[in-house]
Each structure stands twice: as C-alpha cells, then as structure tokens.
Design a protein around this ligand. Structure first.
Ligand code: HEC
Ligand code: HEC
Length: 357
C-alpha cells in the first residue's frame, strides 16, 4: 500500500471508531495526537521546589495537555485570529515585546501583557495588574470575552469548540465528560499555565548549590544591593521575587494633569490609598520582557533601575518604601547583572503543530 493509502485507511478507521458502541477509540490515535502527547508534569526547577512543588502535585497530565491546545488555539476568538499566545508569547517568557497588546481587528489595549511564570503558587491570589481576578481560572475567561482581546462571547466560544469533534476525547480524558463548559476550558488552560515555570537560573545555582562560578562578581554585589541598601526586596520578595501585593511607584502619573492615566488597584478597591498602585511583577526572566511596567512605558531595564535610583516618580500616594537611592553607575550595572542572573529555564514551549479537528 502507498503511504497515502495507509493515511486514508487510518483516517477512515479513526472516523469509524467514533461510531456508537465502538470500543476502539483508545487504541487508535487521531492524526493530531502526536503534536501534543500527554507528558508527565514537569518537576519544579531548582530554587522553586518547595514553593511550587505542592501545587504541581495536584496537576493532571491530561488536563495540562488539553490546556496546551486551548492556549494556542485561535478558534477561541471571535474571528479565529487570536489565541492566548498572540499576546503571551513563549519566547518572551509569555509576555510580549510591545507596550500594549493588540487583539482582534488589531485593536489596542492600554496595558502591557504580563508574564505568568511560577504562578502555580502565589503568596496572595491576585491576578491582572490591578488584581481583579482571584484565580487563574477566573482570569482565563476574561480575555475571551474582552472586546479588544479575543472579542468572543463564552457561549459562542463553547459552540465553536463543541463543533470540533476531535476535542471531545481530550475533554473526556481530562474531565470524564464530553460536554464542554467554560469552567472546564478555564481549568485546562489554567493548569497548562501552572506548568510554565522559571528557575535553575545562575542565581539559584550560586545560592542553592553553592556554585560560586555561576554568577559574576557584579551580580553578587548587585544581589547585596537588592537585598540591602536598594531595598528592592521589600516588594520583590521570596523565590518568585514578588509579594503579590500592590504598590504605587509612580508609573503612569501625569504631573501636569495631577492624576494617574490608569488608577490601577483603586479601580477594584475604591480606596484612595490604592490610586496608581499595581501588582508587583516577578523578576524572573525580566530581561526577556521589555518594555517594562503596566503601561510598557519604560523601554529598558537600565532605565527602570535609574527611576528607582531617583526615588520613583513622585506623586501624592507614592509608596514610602520607594526612596531616592542615588546609585552610582557601577551600582546600576551591578543591579542589572543581578537581574540578568535570574534568566532560568522551565517555561519554554512552542505552539503545537496540529490541533483537534
Ligand atoms: C490581546 C492580548 C491578550 C490576549 C489575547 C490574552 N491576554 Fe492575557 N493579558 C493581556 C493583558 C494586556 C493583561 C493585563 C491586563 C490587566 O492587567 O488589566 C493580561 C493578563 C493576563 C494574566 C495575568 C497575569 C498576572 O500575573 O496577573 C494571565 C494569567 C493571562 N493574561 C492569561 C491569558 C490567557 C489564558 C489568555 C487566553 C484565554 C489570554 N491571557 C489572552 C493580554 C492578552
Ligand atoms: C514599593 C515596592 C517596590 C520596591 C521597593 C521595588 N519595586 Fe520594582 N516594582 C514594584 C511594582 C509595583 C512594579 C510595577 C509598577 C507598575 O507597573 O506600575 C515594579 C516593577 C519593577 C520592574 C519592571 C518589571 C516588569 O515586568 O515590568 C523591575 C525590573 C523592578 N521593579 C525592579 C526593582 C528593583 C531593581 C528594585 C530596587 C531598586 C525595585 N524594583 C524596588 C514594586 C517595587
């Protein structure tokens, strides 16, 4: 038989295997199966074992596999052009290299797409720059219905997914049902996100396995500044370098108008003290996601450090932990070397080459 004939026979056999009462679905894999096999849950990388380990132990490989397809599938959007990965790109540590995002019809949002590495665990459950979602599941449903992101309705998204027959077996493997609901979609995507991690960075190898050659002398001095005189650790704390809380460091303050262009956490709490406060981002893989801050207004990491050195952007509700540091050029370089030593591994992925049909 020619290769083409074999393929045809296999496809027909696969279609027939869906006939009611047929038992062979488990033995015959559809053609796109190999593009996204069930993989064991990856272990937490060095530096994150105790932080992420317990949460990873709860994950199921079949759910993560399904979530991986859904995350990269443009058919979740209104016009079939945008997936989660359009804005959260693996090569940029699941952020993107533009200040603000463009979604369906190239409409632009007003905030920078944040990274979501190491979020299987979090000190406080706050998602989005203003913390308006309480879980990754709740978060995942937001962009699907956001008119300028994926521009869909949940009903239309579910109708589209339910028509893709090939997805049924994966919902069944993951959740024991072929009835697709928005909660199952969110749950699978969230579990895929939980497996995107960053650790085993030169910094971890130096601090944990005591490999003294893993980082430069500059990075070691930068580490001392970060945890000492520069006071960065007051907010960028713990294995993931974030307190998951909200602080005003002055980004987005317009001194002429005397107001914030984006009020951040205030829009959720309506507490005047929260005006201009945003969630502290993790600093892992920070070199891979310029431009910086919630509005992408700071082009380089060096400029970020210089803003801190000047004491943030002064405004009436500036966080008192941000004070002028008057760093020397060498100290700025040292902090940059430290931040670069947080480039690790565990998040890389490429979109699956085939999707259920
Ligand atoms: C058009 C671009 C775009 C698309 C498409 C998009 N996002 Fe986002 N995402 C953003 C932006 C911008 C933010 C920040 C919004 C805010 O804070 O108000 C964000 C925030 C997030 C966060 C919060 C991270 C944190 O630390 O708080 C997660 C998680 C996330 N998105 C996952 C997803 C998932 C899952 C999908 C697909 C269902 C998706 N995104 C689709 C742009 C996008
Ligand atoms: C008072 C708490 C606080 C302190 C102290 C602090 N940060 Fe931040 N950091 C934040 C917050 C909040 C943001 C996000 C602000 C925004 O987007 O409006 C941020 C953003 C950043 C970013 C940009 C990351 C990104 O993904 O856009 C870097 C880099 C950074 N900080 C490094 C540092 C360094 C280095 C220090 C010490 C010199 C420091 N931070 C001190 C709270 C703090």
């Amino acid at each position: 038989m020619t290769a083409r004939r074999v393929a045809t026979v296999l496809s027909i056999a696969w279609v027939l295997s869906w006939a009611p009462g047929c038992q062979s679905t488990d033995t015959l894999a559809p053609p796109w199966d190999a593009a996204n096999p069930v993989r064991p849950i990856p272990p937490a990388p060095l530096g994150l074992e105790s932080y992420l380990g317990p949460a990873l132990a709860q994950l199921q490989p079949e759910r993560v596999r399904l979530g991986r397809w859904l995350f990269y599938d443009t058919r979740l959007s209104a016009d079939g052009t945008v997936s989660c990965a359009t804005c959260h790109r693996p090569e940029h540590a699941f952020s993107e290299p533009t200040a603000v995002s463009s979604g369906v019809g190239n409409q632009r949002g007003r905030r920078k797409a944040p990274s979501f590495l190491n979020q299987a665990a979090t000190l406080y459950p706050h998602f989005f720059w203003d913390g308006r979602a309480k879980s990754l599941e709740e978060q995942a449903l937001g962009p699907i219905e956001n008119p300028i992101e994926m521009g869909n309705t949940h009903d239309a998204m579910l109708a589209a997914l339910s028509k893709i027959r090939g997805y049924q077996r994966y919902f069944n493997d993951a959740f024991g049902t072929t009835v697709i609901t928005k909660d199952l979609v969110a749950s699978a995507i969230a579990d895929y996100e939980r497996t995107r991690m960053s650790g085993n960075a030169p910094y971890d190898r130096w601090r944990i396995t005591h490999d003294d050659t893993a980082v430069s002398a500059d990075a070691k001095r930068g580490r001392d500044l970060f945890f000492g005189k520069a006071g960065c650790v007051q907010c960028h704390v713990g294995s993931n370098f974030t307190d998951s809380r909200f602080h005003n460091i002055g980004i987005g303050w317009d001194p002429e108008m005397g107001r914030f262009l984006d009020e951040g956490r205030f829009t959720v709490t309506h507490d005047p003290a929260d005006r201009g406060a945003f969630k502290t981002p993790s600093l892992r893989e920070v070199t891979r996601r310029a431009p910086y801050m919630h509005d992408g207004s700071v082009a380089t990491l060096r400029e970020v450090v210089k803003i801190y050195s000047r004491g943030g952007l002064v405004n009436p509700t500036l966080d008192p932990r941000v004070e002028p540091l008057a760093l020397t050029d060498t100290e700025v370089d040292d902090l940059l070397a430290f931040l670069t030593s947080l480039e690790g591994e565990g998040y890389h992925d490429t979109p699956p080459t085939a999707f259920p049909q």
